[in-house]
Design a protein around this ligand. Structure first.
Ligand code: MG
Length: 416
C-alpha cells in the first residue's frame, strides 16, 4: 500500500554487514542439498470448481481462480507454489498474479534455488509489493529446498511444535438453515473450531444466525465470526451487542482494514476478542494493531505476507506480543498452498485460533491425493519438500489462458 513501510526492509538489511539476529530460515547454511540453479519458472493460471460457493461480504467465491508456479532446476527437481487471486484482500487478480511472475522471472532465472532470502532481495529490488506472486514463488522455492535437502518444509522453518492441528471449519453459505446444517455436519465430522461468515445481511439477522449456530454447536468449541470488512462501525457494534454471551470466541475484521480507530472502538465495547485479517499485510501491521488495542489476534496468510518464512516470522511476532493466531489459506486454495500453511502451523508458537485449510472446499484439487484431513484436524507433513505430489494432468485440465506481454530488453532481445 502507498506509504506503507516495506515489510521486506529487514531482509534487505541482511545483505549488509550487520545481519540482525534472527530465528529465520538458514537453508543456505545448514539445510541445503546439492547446488541447484533455477532454469525455468512458469506461472500457470487455473480455475478450480468449488463444492459450493462461499459467500462473504464483498466477495462470492464460486470458482477458485488461483495461480500455480512451477519452478524447474538444472538438477531436474521441480518445485510448486500457489497463490489465490484476492482482489479485495491483496488486490491480486489472476491476470495480475501471472503478469507479476512474468515480471519477476528475470530476477530469479539462473539463481541458486536454495538461496530463498537472496531470491526475496532480488524480487523486491525488481518489484514493490505483489505479495501474492512472491508468496507463490517462495512456496515453490521452499518445496525445492526441502526436496533437495531431504527435509520437510517445516524443518527448514524451525522446530516442530505440534503434529496435529485443529482445522477452522468455514460456515459460509450465508443462509440460516444451510449454515445450521453445515455446522452440524462439520461437528459430526469432528471439527472443534468454526468460522461463520457474517457482514452479508443486517447485523440483527447475522447475529440471529450466529446465535443459532453457537447454540447448535454447544460449549467446548472455538467459534468465530468474520465480517470481511462488511460492517460499518455502528453495524459492528450492534452485532457484537446482539451476540454477547452466546459463545462466540472471536470476531474477525468487523470493519474496513485501515480503520484501526473503529477496530479499537469495537474491541473496547465487547468482551468478544476482535481479530484482524484484511488489515494485516506485514509485521508492522501486527504491531500497530497490538499497540492500538485494535485486535487481540490475527489471521495470517502467505499471500498477504509474501511467503512461508514471512508467515512463520509473523506468527512468532504474535507469540512475542501475546496475540492469538489463525494460520489461513485464502478461500479455494489447493493442497499446494494448504501444505505450505500447514508447515508454518507446525512450527510457530501458537495457533490458538486454528488452521484454515481451504482445499477441503474444492470439488477438484491439483495433487494426486488431496492433503489429508480427518476428524476436523490435520497432521504435520513430514515428507521432503511440501509433501504433496502435483498431478500435472489435473493442472492441465483446469488451466485457463492468460495473455502475457513478453518483456524485451532495450536492444530488442528477449529478457528471459
Ligand atoms: Mg478473514
Amino acid at each position: 500500500m502507498p506509504g506503507r513501510a516495506s515489510p521486506r526492509k529487514w531482509i534487505r538489511s541482511r545483505t549488509s554487514s550487520k545481519a540482525p539476529a534472527s530465528r529465520s530460515y538458514d537453508a543456505g547454511v545448514t539445510n541445503r542439498g546439492p547446488y541447484m540453479r533455477i532454469t525455468s519458472i512458469e506461472p500457470i493460471a487455473v480455475s478450480l470448481p468449488m463444492k459450493k460457493p462461499v459467500i462473504m461480504a464483498g466477495e462470492e467465491v464460486r470458482r477458485a481462480d488461483n495461480m500455480l508456479v512451477r519452478i524447474e532446476t538444472d538438477t531436474g527437481l521441480v518445485g510448486w507454489g500457489e497463490a489465490a487471486s484476492a482482489p479485495v484482500m491483496t488486490g491480486d487478480t489472476l491476470e495480475s498474479l501471472v503478469a507479476a511472475v512474468h515480471h519477476l522471472r528475470p530476477a530469479l532465472i539462473g539463481r541458486d534455488a536454495a538461496d530463498i532470502e537472496g531470491a526475496h532481495v532480488a524480487m523486491d529490488g525488481r518489484m514493490y509489493g505483489n505479495h501474492g506472486a512472491k508468496a507463490a514463488l517462495d512456496i515453490a522455492l521452499f518445496d525445492l529446498a526441502g526436496k533437495s535437502a531431504g527435509k520437510p518444509v517445516h524443518a527448514l522453518l524451525g522446530d516442530k511444535q505440534r503434529g496435529r492441528m485443529p482445522l477452522l471449519g468455514v460456515v459460509g453459505g450465508g443462509d440460516y438453515d444451510g449454515d445450521l446444517k453445515d455446522a452440524a455436519k462439520k461437528k459430526a465430522e469432528g471439527f472443534v473450531a468454526y468460522k461463520i461468515k457474517v457482514g452479508i445481511d443486517t447485523p440483527e439477522n447475522d447475529a440471529a444466525r450466529t446465535r443459532a449456530i453457537c447454540a447448535a454447536l454447544g460449549p467446548g468449541m472455538l467459534i468465530s465470526a468474520d465480517a470481511n470488512q462488511g460492517f460499518s462501525t455502528e453495524e459492528a457494534l450492534a452485532y457484537v451487542r446482539a451476540v454477547e454471551g452466546c459463545g462466540l470466541d472471536f470476531f474477525e475484521q468487523p470493519v474496513a482494514a485501515d480503520d484501526l480507530a473503529a477496530m479499537a472502538r469495537i474491541a473496547a465495547a465487547t468482551s468478544i476478542a476482535i481479530g484482524a485479517d484484511e488489515g494485516i499485510h506485514s509485521r508492522d501491521d501486527i504491531r500497530r494493531h497490538a499497540e492500538r488495542q485494535a485486535a487481540r489476534g490475527v489471521s495470517l496468510k502467505a499471500i498477504k505476507l509474501g511467503g512461508v518464512r514471512a508467515l512463520a516470522d509473523a506468527g512468532r511476532l504474535c507469540g512475542d506480543l501475546g496475540m492469538q493466531v489463525n494460520i489461513s489459506c485464502k478461500t479455494g486454495e489447493s493442497s499446494i498452498a494448504c501444505a505450505a500453511a500447514l508447515h508454518v502451523a507446525t512450527v510457530i508458537p501458537n495457533i490458538g485460533w486454528g488452521l484454515t485449510l481451504t482445499h477441503i472446499g474444492l470439488a477438484a484439487d491439483v495433487t494426486a491425493q488431496p492433503l489429508v484431513t480427518g476428524q476436523g484436524h490435520a497432521g504435520s507433513l513430514d515428507r521432503p519438500g511440501l509433501g504433496v505430489d502435483v498431478d500435472e494432468s489435473c493442472v492441465r485440465r483446469h488451466r485457463v489462458a492468460i495473455a502475457a506481454r513478453e518483456l524485451v530488453t532495450p536492444a530488442g532481445a528477449a529478457a528471459y
